[in-house]
Ligand binder design. Structure first.
Ligand SMILES: Cc1cc2nc3c(=O)[nH]c(=O)nc-3n(C[C@H](O)[C@H](O)[C@H](O)COP(=O)(O)OP(=O)(O)OC[C@H]3O[C@@H](n4cnc5c(N)ncnc54)[C@H](O)[C@@H]3O)c2cc1C
Length: 289
């Protein structure tokens, strides 16, 4: 493994200044579950790593009324276990609880999951479904961008060289919404998703769908919203025929590749089958689960 310097900045201000000076030779070290693997295997080399784990401005979950603020260096296990996340954005907690293994969840952070930009990143799906916004800091000032616009391709994002992700602002689900997350892997634990799906739905008093969001992972260069399915479902009264058609439309919007975890054809079939299942669960579960 190539040698690097290790720096633990005493404050967010000094992180931003020192990181900007290091330019492309520096990297942010959060949990290290992606970065250190890449450094070890020679895929990435950096002269200096900036450890953000003690910066209180980048840690924790706070309730800001209609939204939650989650610090970028908040551990995945803390998102999974948080009462406020479980009660206001339950499918984010569900996605976090299925990421990796207990050991990975105890180290990995939300910010690392976002910035590494894997198309299969589990927490990214509910964050896109909620219209979450990312807050960045740099010497030039702060910037906010929607997570959907931030993701550009596998490992590719809109992050600038001197920017640090400080936190994520996540709107809470509104009253009467139901949400769910499904992860399909090659085994039940410590498996990167072959396909993952997150969604929420809101019906009116008569059972007609008022609004819905559906996000697919691992079946395109980034996680994607199934916009055609959302349009198809709005205003419909769900029954088996409607949900099956919605699942068929969803599979058509995916553009998966074949890789070691699954074939293109297999992934499309999984999208159809598991979208149907997710919609069935949304229609039959109690509110906000
Ligand atoms: C065995 C194993 C299993 C895994 N299983 C899953 C899984 O099931 N689902 C899943 O989604 N992922 C999985 N992963 C991938 C990884 O654990 C997650 O993506 C994790 O959330 C990364 O977070 P981290 O804090 O460890 O990031 P790090 O490795 O510290 O950083 C990742 C990248 O983001 C950058 N970065 C981190 N924080 C910031 C910030 N605040 N500002 C700017 N840049 C930043 C780093 O410089 C680096 O480029 C797995 C990894 C391993 C090794």
């Amino acid at each position: 493994m190539a040698a690097f310097d290790y720096v633990k900045p005493p404050s967010l201000e000094s992180l931003i200044n020192d990181y900007a000076q290091a330019k492309s030779e520096g990297a942010i070290l959060a949990g290290g579950t992606d970065l250190l693997v890449k450094i070890r295997s020679g895929l990435v080399s950096r002269r200096v790593l900036f450890d953000i784990n003690d910066l209180h401005e980048m840690k924790g979950i706070s309730d800001e009324g209609d939204s939650l603020r989650i610090g970028a260096a908040t551990r995945i296990c803390d998102v999974a276990d948080s009462n406020v996340v479980q009660s206001t954005v339950p499918f984010l907690s569900l996605a976090a609880s299925q990421l990796g293994s207990p050991q990975i969840r105890n180290r990995a952070t939300v910010g690392g999951n976002i910035v590494s930009a894997s198309p299969a990143a589990d927490t990214v799906l509910p964050l896109i479904a909620m219209g979450a916004r990312l807050r960045f800091g740099s010497q030039g000032g702060n910037r906010e961008v929607s997570i959907e616009k931030f993701m550009e391709g596998p490992g590719q994002t809109d992050i600038r060289e001197d920017e640090v992700l400080i936190g994520v602002v996540v709107p809470k689900l509104s009253n009467g919404c139901k949400s769910h997350f499904i992860k399909v892997g090659r085994r039940k634990a410590v498996a990167i998703s072959v396909v993952n799906i997150a969604g929420w739905i809101k019906t009116d008093r008569t059972g007609v769908i008022e609004d819905v969001r559906l996000v697919l992972g691992a079946v395109a260069p980034t996680a994607i919203r199934a916009g055609e399915t959302e349009t198809f479902l709005r205003g419909k009264r769900p029954n088996e025929v409607v949900l099956k058609e919605a699942a068929r439309i969803t599979a058509g919007q995916s553009s998966p590749i074949s890789d070691i975890r699954g074939t293109q054809k297999g992934r499309r079939l999984l999208v159809e089958a598991w979208t149907f299942r997710l919609l069935q669960i949304l229609m039959t579960q109690n509110e906000a689960n």
